[in-house]
Design a protein around this ligand. Structure first.
Ligand SMILES: Cc1ncc(COP(=O)(O)O)c(C=O)c1O
Ligand SMILES: N[C@@H](CCOP(=O)(O)O)C(=O)O
Length: 463
C-alpha cells in the first residue's frame, strides 16, 4: 500500500514512512493511494469478535507492508490492554433508536486514546528497528495533548512537545498535560488559540531545515495512522447493531474533522453507513460550509466544549481531496485561498460533500440542556462534546430508519464545571487519577511565535 499527498507534489511513501513523516513535504496530508474494500461477508464476520481482532482485520491491509502479522497483533494487544472496559468501545442505548458509543475508557478519558495508544506502540517498534529518534510536536485543544503525553512519556527514542492554547483548556486537561514528570515530555502554554497552535506546528513542518534538524514527527490527525485507528470503532459499533445487513448512521462531535473522516473511510471500505452527521458547537465553520456558505475562517469563540473550539479543520483537506476528484492541484489552490481567509466550494465538490456528510450545530444553551435532559431520560452523564453530538443527532434522525450512533468522545469528569452547571452532578475522576489536583505542574508559557517555539524545542532536546 502506497500513501500519497492531498496536494499531489510529495513523494509516495509506505505506511511506516508516512506515519513517521507527519505532514507531507508539499504541505498536504497523506492518504492511502487506494482505500481497501471489505466484502459484505468479511464485515458480517466481525460481529461479536473481540475489539482487538476487529482492529486487526480492519487495519491490516493498510499496514501489512510495514509490520509483520504477529508483530501487529502484539502491538494492538498492548495498545488496548490498559482500557478500563472489556469491550473497549461499549455501546449504550439512549432511546429506542439512538445509541451512544462510549470512547472514553482509555487512560486519558477521551477517544484520542484509541489512536494514540496504538501509534505509541507503532512508533516504538518502527524507531527501534531503524535505530532512530524523533521529536514529536503536537497541537492540542486539550485531548490530543494529554493522550500523546500518556502514550509517549518515558520513551528514550521520542521527545514530545505539546502546544496548547493558554487558558482555553479545562483544568483536568491542563493538569493531564502538565503533571507527568517524565523528562521527555514538555507542555507549552501558547498565547493564542488552537488554530494558532496548529498553524505553528504546520509552519515547523514546512521549515525543512528545522524539520530535518530535529527529525520532526507529528501525532495530530495530520498523521493518517491516527485516522486509521479510529476507523475500527465504526466497524465494531455498526456490526454489533446488525451491519452489514442493516444500515446505521453516526453523529460525530467535530472539530479537526479527524474522527468523522475515519467514518468516511469506513464507509468507503464498504460499511453501510446511512448518514455521517458533523456536529459542531458555536465554532461552526464546518456546518456553515456544508450548508453552502463557503469555508471562511472566523474568530474562535471559547465554549464549554473547548476541544472543538477550532476554525481550521485540518482533515477537511482530506475530504476536499475526494470531493474534488482527487485533484491535488485544486486542493493546493483552496489551501492557498484559506491562507487569505477562506474559499467557496465548487458546485460539484459541494454535491460530493453533501452525498457523504450532513451537519448540525448546538449552541451553549442547547448543549447544557442536552446534558440535563439526557441524564434525566437515560441516566447517562454526557461530557459537553458528546452532548453537542446527541443534540444534533436527535435532529438528524429520520423517522423510518437506521439506528443512530452518537460518538461520546470524552468522559464527563474532564469537564466537571460545565457538567455540574448543566446537571447539578459533579462527575468524579476515576480513582487512579484522584490525586490529579495535588500533583505539581510543569509548564512553559510561550508566545505564539514560530522562532520562539523552535528555539525552545531546540534547547530542550538532548544533543
Ligand atoms: C472530546 C472531543 N470531542 C470531539 C473532538 C473533535 O474531534 P475531531 O477533531 O476529530 O473532529 C475532539 C478533538 O479532537 C475532542 O477532544
Ligand atoms: N480536539 C483536538 C484537536 C487536535 O486534533 P487532532 O485530532 O488533529 O489531534 C484536541 O483535543 O487536541
Amino acid at each position: 500500500m502506497k500513501y500519497i499527498s492531498t496536494r499531489g507534489q510529495a513523494p509516495e511513501l509506505t505506511f511506516e514512512e508516512a506515519m513517521l513523516t507527519g505532514l507531507a513535504r508539499d504541505g498536504g496530508l497523506y492518504l492511502p493511494a487506494e482505500i481497501p474494500v471489505m466484502g459484505q461477508d468479511e464485515i458480517a464476520a466481525l460481529a461479536g469478535l473481540p475489539y482487538e481482532e476487529i482492529a486487526f482485520r480492519v487495519m491490516w491491509p493498510y499496514v501489512s507492508g510495514s509490520f509483520g502479522e504477529d508483530e501487529f497483533r502484539g502491538i494492538i494487544a498492548r495498545a488496548y490492554q490498559g482500557f478500563g472496559h472489556a469491550a473497549r468501545a461499549p455501546l449504550k442505548q439512549l432511546n429506542e433508536n439512538h445509541f451512544l458509543l462510549e470512547l472514553f475508557h482509555g487512560p486519558t478519558l477521551a477517544f484520542k486514546d484509541f489512536a494514540m495508544q496504538l501509534i505509541g506502540q507503532l512508533f516504538q517498534a518502527a524507531l527501534a528497528r531503524r535505530g532512530e529518534t524523533v521529536t514529536i510536536v503536537g497541537a492540542t485543544s486539550g485531548d490530543t495533548g494529554s493522550a500523546a503525553i500518556e502514550a509517549f512519556r518515558g520513551l528514550d527514542a521520542v521527545n514530545v512537545f505539546i502546544l496548547f492554547p493558554h487558558g482555553r483548556v479545562s483544568e483536568v486537561q491542563r493538569r493531564q498535560m502538565t503533571t507527568p514528570a517524565d523528562s521527555n515530555v514538555h507542555a507549552l502554554a501558547v498565547d493564542g488559540d488552537f488554530d494558532d497552535c496548529q498553524a505553528r506546528v504546520k509552519d515547523m513542518f514546512n521549515d525543512f531545515a528545522f524539520r530535518d534538524g530535529v527529525r520532526l514527527a507529528g501525532v495530530n490527525s495530520i498523521n493518517f495512522a491516527r485516522v486509521l485507528a479510529q476507523v475500527v470503532y465504526y466497524f465494531s459499533a455498526a456490526t454489533s447493531l446488525g451491519a452489514p445487513h442493516r444500515k446505521v448512521s453516526f453523529t460525530v462531535p467535530t472539530g479537526n474533522f479527524g474522527d468523522i473522516f475515519a467514518g468516511y473511510i469506513a464507509k468507503r471500505m464498504g460499511l453501510p453507513i446511512e448518514q455521517l452527521v458533523v456536529a459542531t458547537n458555536q465554532n461552526d465553520i464546518l456546518h456553515r460550509c456544508l450548508s453552502g456558505e463557503g469555508y471562511f475562517k472566523g474568530e474562535t469563540i471559547p465554549s464549554i466544549s473547548p476541544s472543538m473550539d477550532i476554525q481550521v479543520s485540518s482533515n477537511f483537506e482530506r475530504a476536499l481531496y475526494y470531493a474534488y476528484g482527487q485533484d491535488g492541484a485544486a486542493v493546493s489552490q483552496l489551501m492557498d485561498e484559506l491562507q487569505q481567509g477562506g474559499f467557496h466550494v465548487s458546485q460539484g465538490a459541494m454535491q460530493a460533500l453533501r452525498d457523504s456528510f450532513t451537519s448540525g450545530r448546538a449552541s451553549e444553551e442547547e448543549t447544557l440542556a442536552t446534558i440535563k435532559a439526557t441524564l434525566a431520560a437515560s441516566g447517562e452523564l454526557l461530557c459537553p462534546h458528546s452532548a453537542v453530538g446527541v443534540k444534533v443527532a436527535e435532529e438528524a434522525r429520520r423517522a423510518d430508519e437506521a439506528p443512530m450512533i452518537t460518538l461520546a468522545t470524552a468522559h464527563p469528569a474532564k469537564f466537571p464545571a460545565a457538567v455540574e452547571q448543566a446537571s447539578g452532578v459533579f462527575p468524579p475522576l476515576p480513582p487512579r487519577m484522584s490525586d490529579l489536583y495535588e500533583r505539581p505542574e510543569r509548564v512553559t508559557r510561550i508566545a505564539n511565535d514560530l522562532a520562539a517555539l523552535q528555539d525552545h524545542i531546540r534547547r530542550h532536546i538532548p544533543a
